[in-house]
Design a protein. Structure first.
Length: 172
């Protein structure tokens, strides 16, 4: 898959897009840029329009801010992955040293269920999408179970609320 560099410049009524190896496009909204570029690529006969990727660049002042935000998010994601790995390792170590799950939860400031998730093997507890739920699922369409004598249990009839009698007011 080829990635095309798109220089996007905002103008009064939309955006000018300068796409390397494709040419210029104009769109009213940036959200329609991919579609417009792919359409132009089809017109030009470029065969990779369906699979092409686009790397957007903006005016220099906006581009600096965009890069700073993206770099910050990437750093935060890396820090979260690092913290998650350390948390998993510490939870496993504490449990192996004899701490209870509740104690580990309190130490790590997470729930006991989270401790179980942290130390479970990857994919444990995940149910494949094509399998039906286990025995904890109730099928409301199923027939009533027979009683020990072998006869089906009769459904209980619901009691209707009693109608109250109308009392006439003696005052008229």
């Amino acid at each position: 898959m080829k990635t095309y560099t798109v220089r996007a410049r905002r103008r009064q009524n939309g955006w000018d897009l300068d796409v390397k190896d494709v040419g210029l496009c104009r769109v009213e909204r940036l959200t329609g840029a991919d579609r417009a570029i792919r359409s132009q690529m089809d017109v030009l006969g470029l065969g990779d329009s369906a699979t092409a990727g686009f790397a957007y660049e903006y005016a220099s002042d906006l581009e600096r801010e965009v890069r700073a935000v993206r770099d910050g998010r990437a750093s935060a994601d890396a820090a979260n992955r690092f913290a998650a790995e350390r948390t998993r390792a510490l939870a496993a170590r504490l449990l192996s040293e004899g701490y209870s799950g509740a104690e580990v939860a309190m130490i790590l400031d997470v729930s006991p269920q989270r401790v179980s998730q942290l130390v479970a093997p990857p994919g444990a507890g995940a149910r494949p999408a094509d399998k039906k739920a286990g025995p904890s699922t109730i099928d409301l369409r199923s027939k009533p179970e027979p009683d020990p004598a072998g006869k089906p249990k009769a459904a209980k009839k619901s009691k209707k609320p009693k109608k109250s009698k109308k009392i006439e007011d003696p005052r008229g």
